[in-house]
Design a protein around this ligand. Structure first.
Ligand code: 5GP
Length: 195
């Protein structure tokens, strides 16, 4: 088990409805040393790519993206969620369905902070059905920037997002891939990964 998998086993809580709570170390209270270690690991996995920007989505992706960005020495851009937008042509816009909140949001990024010159590393906390990622990918496509990779903290491998994104040909790296979890026993099964 790697350092993140060990922490998930120690402090993660399996909830009914295929939800894994990691809010004591990742997306409510945040363990900065752990997340910094995740940043170093992403740097190892994507270090050869000419990344100019880290892109994530508010809110829980932001803290992780900031610590990843420290290792790449590039800015973070986070897509904002907004229900009603005054479209003035200065924004890239995509529609995203939320897994945890079961609602639809538009996400927006200003054209000022993403352009066709950019090489983007997308970072997020979870990958489940892939809706959040599809929204971010559509924003990058609209901007003309290139996607150098996608780094995820926890992929739920039993939901379809990871396979869909890999089938599209993206370089997707998830630090922990959960292939199964049981909310009665609390058991979590990880997909074996190369060391
Ligand atoms: P997707 O769009 O891939 O279905 O879901 C991605 C988003 O849903 C993530 O950014 C995360 O905020 C949230 N999410 C999905 N599954 C889980 C989960 O099991 N636990 C938590 N805490 N968040 C989740």
């Amino acid at each position: 088990m790697n350092f993140l998998e060990e922490r998930i086993v120690k402090d993660g809580v399996v909830k009914p409805g295929n939800v894994l709570k990691v809010d004591t170390f990742l997306n409510h209270q945040m363990d900065i040393e752990l997340i910094d270690q995740m940043g170093a690991e992403f740097k190892k996995r994507f270090g050869d790519a000419p990344i100019t920007k880290i892109l994530t989505i508010e809110a829980s992706g932001i803290g992780i993206a900031c610590l990843v960005a420290r290792h790449f020495h590039v800015p973070v851009v986070f897509a904002k969620k907004s229900k009603s937008i005054n479209l003035d042509g200065e924004m890239y816009v995509a529609e995203v369905e939320s897994f945890t909140h079961k609602c639809k949001n538009q996400i927006i990024v200003s054209k000022k902070v993403l352009s066709s010159e950019d090489h983007v590393l997308i970072i997020d906390d979870f990958l489940a059905n892939g809706c959040a990622l599809q929204g971010l990918l559509s924003i990058v496509a609209e901007s003309g920037a290139s996607v150098e990779g996608i780094g995820i903290a926890i992929e739920k491998g039993f939901q379809p997002g990871g396979r869909m994104i890999r089938n599209l040909g993206y370089h997707l790296e998830s630090l922990a891939i959960v292939d199964g979890m049981n909310d009665e026993t609390g058991e979590i099964l990880f997909r074996p990964q190369e060391a």
